[in-house]
Ligand binder design. Sequence first.
Ligand code: HEM
Length: 415
Amino acid sequence: MRLTAGPEHAVDLDHVDLFDPELFALGDPHAIWNVMRTEAPLHHQVLPDGRAFWSVTRYEDVCRVLGDHRVFTSERGTVVTQLGHDDIASGLLMTSTDPPRHTEVRRSISGRLTARAVASWEDRIRRAIVGFLEPALDGGRWDLAEGAYRLPMIVAGALLGIPERDWDDLVRLTGMVTAPTDPEFRLGTQTATLTIAHHEIFQYLGEHIRQRRATGGEAESLFDHLMSAHAGRAPLNDEEIAYDAYSLLLGANATTPHTLSGTVLTLIERPEQFDKAQADPSLTPSLVEEGLRWTSAACNFMRYATADTRIGGGTVRAGDAVVAWIGSANRDESQFADPHEFDVTRGENRHVAFGFGPHYCIGAPLARMTARIFFEELFRMFSSVELDGEPQHLRSIFIAGMTHLPIVTRKRAKP
Ligand code: HEM
């Protein structure tokens, strides 16, 4: 998806198609969201097959939809590609479960993912990132976006204790789930791609759990923790363990690579911001936050209304699907000064790239640390990064991402 909004132009709100993956691969959704925030903060779209959904695009409405589980439930599914099909993992998958059960399940994992807990991984992650960036040192063309797909597995895969030989397969399968119509991932139709990917991932995780029960795994891994965790009084059963591991894998694989590639592309397009961030390492944390806001890799999440409700100047009916557009909320002029400016020195930055409320991203500390180390090492190793070909964006209505970002770098004299 185009991260820098193009010139303003007239938008026919009766005919916009926010369900068209092409819009996100080649188009300019920001131009549409800008108009929606002003003219139709609650927008209704009916698909040719009769399915329909509401969109909210303003910051405060997005926070309300994501944050108020009583009126906007996650239990029927939260991913737009599944619109209209009730989630078979309801009550099992953390993302598709409302409090109070959600609170219990989440508590069983969250202690292992706090900023303090993941800090012990800093050296390991740094080594992995240096190894990841090294191929770019020879000055030849290097595809950062393609390579970055593997990065979360180096971090979250290792944290979970998943063997390295399986990482590439899991990267491909999670890619199929997040972008089932992208030519890089598609296997026949969208439905076939999703079905195959889910089947293979759960078969893999089920087998992995059986093997670990039989032989034991890497001590202290997050997977082992899940296998001994309790939600409420009862231990998690194998199905719940598989679903939690799936949430963590998908949460990490679907987003982190795109945040990094998108932020690097934005810095390439704005050399003065690259120079500023490189010259002052104390800016790296604010660069990371601005990159999260700007790229909004998890472009939206969906909820279903449980009661007739007023929002965005209109009314949604009980049972209706409501899509909260995070990418739009993060450019809301009522919340951010000059929202369409990328500013590595931006001070207060209350973006919602990690969501809002009970489902706020459980992996946020790990993602933030990974991104911080990535940029520290990028600036340390390279004096410049330039484009060396056309970037390509992911064909997905759910994840704002990149599939290719060909770059050339210049090595810094004293890394
Ligand atoms: C830049 C990287 C990331 C972004 C932009 C991101 C974004 C998000 C967002 C917006 C949500 C809220 C979903 C909702 O409201 O329904 C979420 C939830 C979640 N994320 Fe992340 N995420 C990132 C990294 C990660 C990582 C590294 C992990 C795993 C270690 C992870 C695991 C999860 C899980 C398991 C949930 C569900 C939490 C719940 O339902 O309580 N995410 N993420």
